[in-house]
Every structure is written in C-alpha cells, then in structure tokens.
Design a protein around this ligand. Structure first.
Ligand SMILES: Cc1cc2nc3c(=O)[nH]c(=O)nc-3n(C[C@H](O)[C@H](O)[C@H](O)COP(=O)(O)OP(=O)(O)OC[C@H]3O[C@@H](n4cnc5c(N)ncnc54)[C@H](O)[C@@H]3O)c2cc1C
Length: 436
C-alpha cells in the first residue's frame, strides 16, 4: 500500500463530517404515528418536512445515525436532469415522458434552491455552475443537443465550451471540451441533512437513530412496524431507503442495484492552488461510463474527488490509492498531494436509470437516485408524501414508469462488479478508437 500518499491524520470518513457529523437521536418510540418514514436521509427528511406542512406528524427511523447514509457522503453537486441526458437514461423512453422528467427535475432544483435559502436551513449552497467534461471528442459533439434541451425545456443557462477555451475553466490536459450549466451548483451535504433534521425536530416531528425497521405488516387500521428500537402502529409508511434498502421491503430490494461509490479529500492545499487548477471553482464530472467527479471543498482549500474505482468491491483505503491516481491523471501537478480523508457510500441504480415512487401492499417508497440524488431525492420524498396523504391525486411520472426488476440474488447485487468491468472496458475502447 502506498502509505506516503496519506496524511498523518488520515481518516476513513467523509471530510464533510469535520463540519457536521451525523448525530444520534434517542428516546422512547411513540406507540402510534400518522406517518412512519424509514430512512433519515435527504429524501426521508424532506418527506417529513412536507408531512408537517400538511398537518401530519411524522416519525422518522434510521438504522444508523441521522443523515448517515449517502446523504452525508456525497459529492453534493446539485443539478437537474443531467443524468437523464448525459448518461443516456432518456434513450428508449417516449419523448413526452422525457419532457415530464426534465420538468420534474427542474422543479426539484428550484425546490433545493428555495429550501437552501429558507431561514433556519443551512445547506452551504454555492451557485457555482457545473462543468461536464468530454472524455472523448465524440462526447463534445453530443453536448450541443443536451445544452439545447436544458435551455429550452429547463430554462437553464447552458453552453458548450470547446477544447481551446477549456483552459480558462480548468487546467487539465485530460478532457476535450465541456458543457457548462451556470444554474447548477453545490452544497454541503452533512450540514444540509443536519439542518433539515433540526427543522423536523423543531416542528414536532420525531427522529430516532439506530432503529432498524425489521418488518412492516398490514393491520386493519394501518401497519405494525417492528424495529430494533420498538414497535409502532402507523397509519401510513414510506420507505426512503434508496441504496440501503434491505429485507424490510423485499419488492424494492429486488428492483434496485446497490452500488458503492467512493471519494477522497486532499489535504488543505490553500485556496490559491485550488483556484489555479479550477479558476471557476465549479462542480465537475466527466462523460465516462465509470464517471469521475470532483469539486473544491466548500472552504475552497481542498479538492474532493469521487469515482467507482473498478471491478472488485473495495475498501475506502484501497480505493483511495486508485482515486489518487485518477486525480493525478486529471491534474498532473497533484501527483504529490496527500489524501486526508477517504470514504464510501451506497447508491441505488434502477433498470431504467430513473427514480421511482410507488407502493406495494399499501407501503409507499421513493427510491432510485441512480447516482445523482442530492436534488431529486428530496423532491421525490415531498411528492411521495403529497400522494400518500391525498394532497396530490394524480400519479406523477415517477409512479408511471415501470420499475422493472434487477437480477438480484438473496438480496445481493452480485453483477455490479461485472458491470463495473464492462463500463471500464467500454471507456477504454472509446478512448482507443478516438486515439486519445
Ligand atoms: C460517494 C457518493 C457521491 C455522491 N455524489 C453525488 C453528487 O455529487 N450529486 C448528487 O446529486 N448525488 C450524489 N450522490 C447520491 C446522493 O448522495 C444520494 O442520491 C442521496 O443522498 C440519497 O438520499 P436518500 O435520502 O434517498 O438516501 P440515503 O441518504 O442513503 O438514506 C437512506 C437511509 O435509509 C436507512 N435505512 C435503510 N434501511 C433501513 C431500515 N430497514 N430501517 C431503518 N433505516 C434504514 C439507511 O440507514 C440510510 O440512512 C452521491 C452518493 C455517494 C455515495
């Protein structure tokens, strides 16, 4: 193991937690609840806030700390519909469905920006813009079409940046141009989750950490929810468990692939060194199937870099060595920089690469971030609560798209390493064909 790349105080936990560490929430469980929400991430917490707006008192249970799932571990890049367009998820869906999805994602971005601006909410939101980077020249050619959809359908300020102009945006020899969307941004994920949780508690919602829901059984007046912290009779139940969905809701577990994503943070290099590499201080990601994404830390002194590092499932420290290599490929001058933090989190991929809301036997769910959920998952939580409380009568597009099953066996997404290998091979072939 190349230990010289790690700082003396290297830690296996998100750098975000230096500022806001996911907290415990204890106490007796109430015997009854209007609404029981399983999962205290951005989706579950946003759902709880909407329930309070609509007059229902939510009880939110999480198997770990509050906000301790993917929500406090992400790159926290806030964008809308880009996954749909750039990763090609929209292909194969009818045009009107894609248009509805783009509209929903645009509303979701407005929702995050409004929420981040509310009194009492601290999201560390930065309207930085986001730059998508072309891994091969052919990707640059596709950006014009994406920019047009984002401009015309989403009302976004989106423009293509050619290879020669790229150096004004980012000091790298690795990419072939970009798509800049000025309206996208980034936030501080664990601060945001903690702030939403504090708001739920302040308004009378109940939060309990380290309370894993083990089973949910339908009864005459609602549902009997058994958790490791006690049993609750709930009128309604919503699972907001995304990539961490377990045997408590088998039909959803069968329909998502749980995929690990990894990140590192560099040591504090000083804002000037970061700014020299990323003059725009934006959010960045590329077009590879095995996507790389990176950004400055919210204080501007570090670079946070993320990827899914390869075929074999990996531990954060081993993955960090690979990610350090990727960072040096993008920014050769950083081959000597040390890593202070490395961490992982789990996301949910779905067959059609879109998010889903629905219900099985009356138990609601809102899942399927497909790697990009900072903006869309809070919106999904909100929509799901509006539906289950009867405030919204018509199903949204997220309920109408067929969920489709994944080939999971005994609760495991065994094929993920093979898919990762196929993605890496596809990326290598693309670069070879392009001669880059
Ligand atoms: C490394 C990484 C980088 C990412 N970068 C970005 C990014 O830059 N931009 C972006 O948009 N998205 C990004 N994402 C994705 C984003 O973080 C997620 O989409 C989002 O946080 C999902 O929120 P959630 O509330 O749906 O799920 P989570 O935050 O994962 O919460 C689900 C919760 O459910 C709980 N749970 C599960 N089962 C049970 C049970 N039986 N009982 C009780 N509790 C249970 C878990 O403990 C967990 O806390 C990234 C994710 C990772 C891991």
């Amino acid at each position: 193991m190349r230990s010289h790349i790690f700082t003396d105080d290297f830690r296996i936990e998100p750098q975000w937690w230096d500022v806001a560490r996911p907290a415990s929430a204890g106490g007796e469980l109430p015997a009854r609840a209007d609404l029981l929400i399983v999962g205290a991430g951005l989706c579950g917490l946003s759902a709880a806030r909407r329930a309070l707006d609509l007059g229902a008192v939510p009880v939110v249970l999480d198997a770990g700390a509050i906000g301790g799932g993917a929500s406090s571990r992400s790159g926290a890049m806030a964008s809308s519909a880009q996954k749909l367009l750039i990763s090609g998820a929209a292909q194969g869906l009818p045009t009107n469905v894609v248009a509805e999805l783009v509209d929903q994602h645009t509303m979701a971005l407005d929702h995050i920006r409004r929420t981040a601006a509310e009194a009492g909410i601290d999201a560390g939101y930065q309207a930085s813009g986001r730059l998508f980077l072309a891994a091969v020249p052919a990707d640059l050619a596709r950006f014009e079409g994406h920019a047009r959809i984002l401009r015309e359908r989403g009302g976004m300020r989106a423009r293509v940046i050619g290879r020669t102009e790229l150096s004004a945006e980012i000091a790298t020899p690795h990419y072939h141009g970009g798509l800049l969307v000025e309206d996208f941004g980034g936030l501080h994920p664990s601060l945001f989750a903690a702030s939403l949780a504090a708001d739920v508690a302040r308004r009378g919602g109940v939060l309990r950490s380290h309370a894993r829901v083990v089973s949910v059984r339908r009864e005459a007046a609602g549902f009997r929810v058994v958790s490791t912290a006690g049993t609750i009779l709930a009128r309604q139940v919503l699972f907001a468990t995304n990539g961490y969905t377990d045997a408590a809701l088998p039909p959803v577990r069968r329909r998502i692939a749980a995929v690990g994503s990894f990140m590192i943070a560099t040591e504090d290099m000083g804002r000037d060194r970061v700014k020299a590499l990323m003059p725009g201080l934006r959010m960045y990601s590329d077009t590879k199937r095995s996507l790389w994404f990176f950004r400055p830390s919210t204080d501007g002194g570090r670079i946070l870099f993320g990827a899914r590092p390869g075929i074999a499932p990996s531990q954060p420290r081993a993955a960090a060595v690979k990610l350090h290599g990727f960072l040096g490929t993008v920014f050769p001058s950083l081959r000597d920089v040390r890593i202070s933090h490395a961490w992982t989190g789990t996301i949910a991929m779905t067959r059609r690469h879109v998010q889903h809301i629905g219900q099985y036997d009356g138990i609601w769910f809102a899942v399927g971030c497909n790697g990009s959920g900072v903006v869309i998952m809070p919106w999904l939580g909100r929509l799901a609560v509006e539906r289950l409380l009867g405030h919204r009568t018509a199903p949204t597009v997220f309920e109408r798209i067929d969920f489709g099953r994944m080939p999971n066996l005994a609760g495991t997404s065994w094929y993920v390493p093979f898919a990762a290998g196929a993605f890496a091979l596809g990326d290598w072939l693309d670069r070879k064909r392009a001669g880059v």
